[in-house]
Structures are given as C-alpha cells and as structure tokens.
Design a protein around this ligand. Structure first.
Ligand SMILES: Cc1ncc(C[n+]2csc(CCOP(=O)(O)OP(=O)(O)O)c2C)c(N)n1
Length: 668
C-alpha cells in the first residue's frame, strides 16, 4: 500500500494515526465484552476504519455527517467520550439516546452527527437538506453522508443524489463498498463496473479510491470538500474496502470465501499505516507500542465510568414528554389565540378555503425568513391547486422550490433543513403520493425527537379527500396512517378560518405536522377569515353547534355533511363537534359531547376499518360509559378503494349512509 503524505506534518500524521487506532482498539475490546454478554449488538467496522476516520478528519467539526452502522470512527473522531458511547451501547439512560436506541442509531447535535434510522437510504437526503441550508446561508460548508454498496440499491440513494445534483448542493456522498450486503455479494447487488460510474448519470463527478488507505481517504475527502464548496456541487466517492467480520457479530461469515479474508488481511488499514509511519521514521515501533498501550489504558478507565451507570428509572411521563419538542415561543411577534374570536383586530372578510390557506402560507413566509417551501410544480406554475401562485415573484426561487419527482428525498431534505434551523413546508401534490415518502415521515421525522432530541420543524401539506371523481389514487383519506404514529401532529381543518389559523400554528410548531386540506372544500367553502396573522391552537376541537339529542363528532368534509344534514332535519337537536386536530385529540371536547347528548355518532370520510372513529369510540367506551344512552356508532366510507365513477363514489362516501346511522341512533 502506497502512502503519500503530501504536506502533512509529522504531528498531523500522528494525529491521524491515533484517530485510526482508537476505534480499532475500542472495537477489539467491545468484541470481548460482547462475548461476555455485557453489550448486546455489534456491527463491526474492523478493516474499514480508514473511511470513517479519514472522512471525518477531513471535515470541519461543525459540518454534519450522516453515518451508518459501521462508522464507529465517525463518532470517535468527533471526540465523543468513550464512557458515554459505552453507556449508549449498553442502553443506559445516560447514553446519547437515554436508552432509547441501540448500537449506532443515534445522533448528537453538539457533534453534528445525524443519527441513522435502521432503514438504509433515508440518511442520504438529510445530507441534501443540510447542504441546502449551508447554501442558503452562504456558508462555506459541505455535508457528508455514508452508504454501503447494498444501500445504493435503495430508491433513496437515487433520489438523494439526483436532488443534490439538480439543486447544486455541496454534499459528499461516500459509498463504502465492502463486498457484501449482509450475505449478498456485489454481483447480486448491482451490474455496473463501479458504483461511482452512476455519478455520471446524475451529472455529478466521482472517484474510486482505496478505502483502506487512510491518507488517500483523508486527502480525497479534503479535496472533494473544497470542490463541493467552491463549485457548489455534490460529489460521489466510492471507497473500496472489505468487511472483515460478519454483518453483525451473531451472523457469522460462512458465506465469505477464505481467500477474500486473506487478500484483505494484507490490506489492513491500521497495520499498513503503522508500517508506513515506521518506515518514514515518523514513529518508531516502540512509539507505536506506547500509543497502543496508552489507548488501551484509556479504554479501561473510560469503561470504568461507562459501567457505572445509574439504575434505570422508568417514568412513563418522561417517555411521553420527549416524543415532542416543546413549543418555543422565543422571537415570536404574533398573537397566539386558541379561538378566533380573541383576535386583537376584528377585520375579517369572506374568503374561500383555498384563499385562506394561501394567506396563512403567505403571512408565514413574510414572518419567517427561514421558511422554505418545497413541492412539485409549486414555483412558476403555482402548484397543482395554485396555492403558491405568485409566491416565487415575491420570495424568490431559493425559498419557493420546485422539486424533482421524489417525495422521499424531499421529506428527508426538509429534515436536513431543520437540523440547521430552517422551517419548511412541503406540498404533496396529492395526499395519495405520501406513500412514497412514508418511511421518512413515520420513521425519521416522527421519531427523531424521542430518539436523540432533534426536532423536525416540517409541515407536510396534504391535499386530500374524495368527492371530485378523481379515482383511487387522487382521492384517498389516509390520515389514520399517521394518527397511529407518535411524534407526528395531525391537523385537518374544515373551515377557511381554521385552515388559516391551523396552518400558521403548524408552521410555528417545531414538530412535524401533517396538514390535511380537503380538495373538494378548496373552492366550494367560503367563510369569514380574520385578515390578521393568528393561530388556532393545535389540539383544540371546535364546537360547531350544541344540541341535546345526538352528537356528531367529525372533521373535514364530514363537518359540512353534518351541518347540512342538521339544517335539513330541524326536528332533531344536533350537537356537532369539529375535531380539527386528530393528533393530539381534544378529549375534553369529546367528553363534553357525550355528556350533553349521551348518543354519539362518529362520522368520517375515511374508510371504516382502522379509521380514527374506532379509536374515538373505544376511548368514549372506556372513559364516558356512564354518560352513554346508546352504543357509539361510526358512519364511515365503504371499505373499498375510492371508485372513479361519480355514482360509485357517492355510494362509497360516508355521507350516503349518514341518514341511516342517525335514524338508527335516534331510535335506539
Ligand atoms: C431498507 C432496509 N432493508 C433492509 C435492511 C436490513 N439490513 C441491514 S444492513 C443490511 C446490509 C447492508 O449492506 P450495505 O449497505 O452494503 O452495508 P454494510 O452492512 O455492508 O456496511 C441489510 C440488508 C435495512 N436495514 N434497511
């Protein structure tokens, strides 16, 4: 192995050596502890350390890195103390994730390390978001994301590289090509000669390097970083290396031919670098022995602290509290109200739902210079529903961004922006297409605060619902998928005023908010909306009307169905509650309804089975049983996909069965 020191001083070469050796020795010790049952799971990076260490040392300490499961060298090279790392691996509450995450699935803001989720691929687009933040702030920085060669087969790899290329983002993508993805060899993973060749297809430069040569990695990443910053472009580096142990320690290596281990043993990154240092008289064999001894002793000292963890204290309220980031009201100039009537000015006008959404978004853009809008066709074209029409002229194309067709990468990018203090609103062209960004939402955005205290300041606008003859893939109600995910907030307004106030609240909320807007209500519903900038509190329902015979608990289009029905059936005294927020639910308002009427009908456009109606019904049964005069009933859409033909769609929708359910309940 040839090493080129270029202009590196002896001190620098030694610093690099110490950083390279440190994760090796830690890991050797961990493998012993693993066999003794003192830690649970371990993904070995032995033989690959030069990549994580070389790349990390080549960056500045405040540049974000998105590491994976084999990148101990990233964590150690960012000087995370071993005792705390060890507590993390033990699942101690004193670790980086308060015992909530395993092995290397954690991040830390202070060290600018973004914690991976288990899913391979989603990390890459987060690096896009961070790089976009650097670009918008005109900072001379680059972000860096790792992937294994197996991970390059994921769609997220393609999406992230494409977005970085199209948006000219300073991101360094590193592929650690270590021969196997679990047991799958490279010839069953991809067909190109080198994965780096793919860069050309994205309009990106790339290089293949020896990933076992620490100076090659260090020098390449340093140069690539300069290139990315200077040219404001991404770059792909493929590091050739080998996985010297099993995928994880329990899975063995039977499927790997012995010759491969022999071939790569010779290329060991630590041994070879030591040989180079000795040959160049940078260090003597004795120096090296001393450094090794020093580090081994340090490991023992750190482990002593590491083992001394406090006993686990389980407090459900602490667990629940960390799911969401506290709302920060610092630097806010707006009036926060939980009821529109408490506004400071009473200037209102009659506007349509769509105009109210647009106004909320527009006022938010004016108030928050750090708010970025992203979505397909939202710039010059103004979006599929024209909500952002004209925004680009006022706010420019840096803040109002057309995206390529890649929902997953844009959600990931939004998260990356959040890491650097930006807010973002992403427009799903139709709520139906959220399925291709689902993983990022439910696993990355939703869980990140609980896992390592990083918030995801992201709103996803979801044009939703049926009633416009748009067929199975432009009509779905999919809010229930998200209600089942702790960490998200779900809002779903039914009036123009609520649409504006809730959108503003969603944007001000530091947590990920799914904002459902019903397409059929956009232009069909008008209402009085304050001109002023105001919030409707997330989590508060709206009592539409009070009555004493039947309570209809509903949201979205259901509110209008219920109101219309009540207007046509004045012989029945209806109590109507518009939930407005589905997560968190306003249980006080729900309980009040039950107490007022004793008969509850939950009405929603979503299909019956697994819809939120079931959740509310069971909560009422459990908590308000004594006030009930009849079983809680659910009126929902048919358990079929949404059909295209208007006659079939009408039959599908819950509204078609509203009369039947009201009659059933009234006569109970
Ligand atoms: C989306 C997804 N599918 C499957 C897995 C299970 N899995 C974990 S690691 C791994 C192999 C990854 O190979 P590679 O990307 O080459 O990285 P390496 O483990 O070799 O470093 C697999 C299949 C996963 N974590 N995520």
């Amino acid at each position: 192995m040839e090493f080129h020191r270029k202009d590196l001083s002896n001190e620098q070469l030694i610093r690099i050596y110490k950083n390279l050796l440190w994760p090796r020795l830690i890991e050797e010790k961990m493998l012993v502890l693993l066999r003794q049952g003192k830690i649970s799971k371990w993904f070995s990076g032995i033989g690959q350390e030069a990549i994580a260490v070389g790349a990390t040392l080549a960056l500045q300490d405040d540049e974000w890195i998105m590491p994976l499961h084999r990148n101990l060298g990233v964590f150690t090279s960012r000087n995370m103390p071993l005792h705390k790392l060890f507590k993390q691996w033990q699942g101690s509450q004193d670790g980086y994730s308060k015992g909530r995450e395993r092995s290397f699935h954690f991040g830390n803001k202070e060290h600018h390390i973004c914690g991976m989720i288990s899913h391979l691929g989603p990390q890459l687009a987060i690096a896009d978001g961070v790089a976009l933040a650097y670009k918008l702030k005109k900072q001379n920085k680059a972000s860096l994301a790792f992937t294994g060669e197996g991970g390059t087969s994921e769609g997220d790899f393609h999406e992230a590289l494409n977005v970085a290329a199209v948006w000219d983002l300073p991101v360094i993508f590193i592929i650690e090509n270590n021969g196997y993805g679990l047991s799958t060899p490279v010839n069953e993973q991809y067909r190109c000669a080198q994965l780096a060749d793919r860069a050309k297809g994205y309009g990106m430069e790339s290089v293949v390097i020896d990933g076992n040569n620490i100076l090659t990695v260090y020098d390449t990443v340093k140069g690539v970083r300069d290139y990315c910053i200077k040219n404001q472009k991404p770059y792909l580096i493929e590091c050739m290396t080998f996985r010297m142990r099993g995928h994880e320690e329990a899975s063995g290596t039977k499927y790997v031919p012995k010759e491969l281990f022999e071939k790569w043993q010779i290329k060991d990154p630590v041994k070879n670098y030591e040989t180079f240092l000795i040959a160049g008289k940078v260090l003597s064999a004795e120096n090296i022995e001393n450094i090794r001894e020093e580090q081994k002793q340090k490991i023992e000292q750190e482990l002593k602290i590491g083992f001394d963890s406090r006993t686990l204290v389980v407090r459900p309220e602490d667990e629940l509290m960390d799911v969401y980031s506290e709302k920060s009201m610092a630097n806010t100039q707006w009036s926060v109200v939980d009821n529109v009537s408490r506004l400071t000015s009473d200037v209102t006008r009659e506007i349509r739902m769509i105009d109210a959404i647009k106004e909320g978004l527009h006022q938010s853009m004016k108030l928050h210079p750090n708010l970025i809008l992203m979505g397909q066709d939202i710039a010059q074209y103004g979006g599929a529903f024209k909500i952002t029409e004209g925004f680009i002229d006022e706010f420019g194309n840096q803040r109002v961004r057309n995206t390529p067709l890649c929902e997953s990468a844009i959600v990931g990018t939004a998260l990356g922006l959040s890491l650097e203090g930006f807010k973002s609103v992403m427009e799903m062209q139709f709520a139906d297409f959220v399925t291709v960004g689902f993983n990022q939402i439910v696993n990355n955005l939703a869980k990140i605060h609980y896992r390592w205290a990083q918030n995801a300041d992201v709103v996803i606008r979801m044009p939703t619902g049926a009633g416009v003859g748009a067929g199975p893939f432009h009509s779905q109600s999919n809010e229930a998928w998200f209600v089942h995910t702790p960490g998200l907030k779900i809002v779903y307004p039914s009036t123009p005023a609520d649409a504006k106030g809730l959108l503003i609240a969603a944007i001000n909320d530091p947590n990920p908010v799914m904002y459902f807007e019903h397409k059929a209500l956009y232009r069909s519903i008008s209402g009085s909306v304050p001109e002023e900038y105001f919030e409707i509190e997330i989590g508060s329902a709206r009592q539409v009307q009070t009555g004493d015979e039947i309570s209809i608990i509903t949201y979205g289009a259901g509110v209008h169905w219920a109101e219309d029905y009540a207007a046509e059936h004045t012989d029945i005294s209806f109590d109507i509650l518009d939930l407005r927020t589905l997560l968190p639910l306003d249980y006080d308002a729900i309980a009040s309804c039950v107490k007022r009427t004793g008969k509850v009908l939950i009405l929603h456009e979503d299909t019956l089975t697994g819809g939120i109606g079931g959740e509310i019904a069971s909560w009422i049964a459990e908590n308000c049983f004594q006030y009930l005069d009849a079983p809680v009933m659910r009126c929902a859409s048919l358990d079929t996909p949404v059909p295209f033909n208007l006659g079939l769609e009408k039959n599908f929708l819950a509204k078609a069965r509203l009369d039947e359910y009201v009659q059933k309940l009234i006569s109970f």
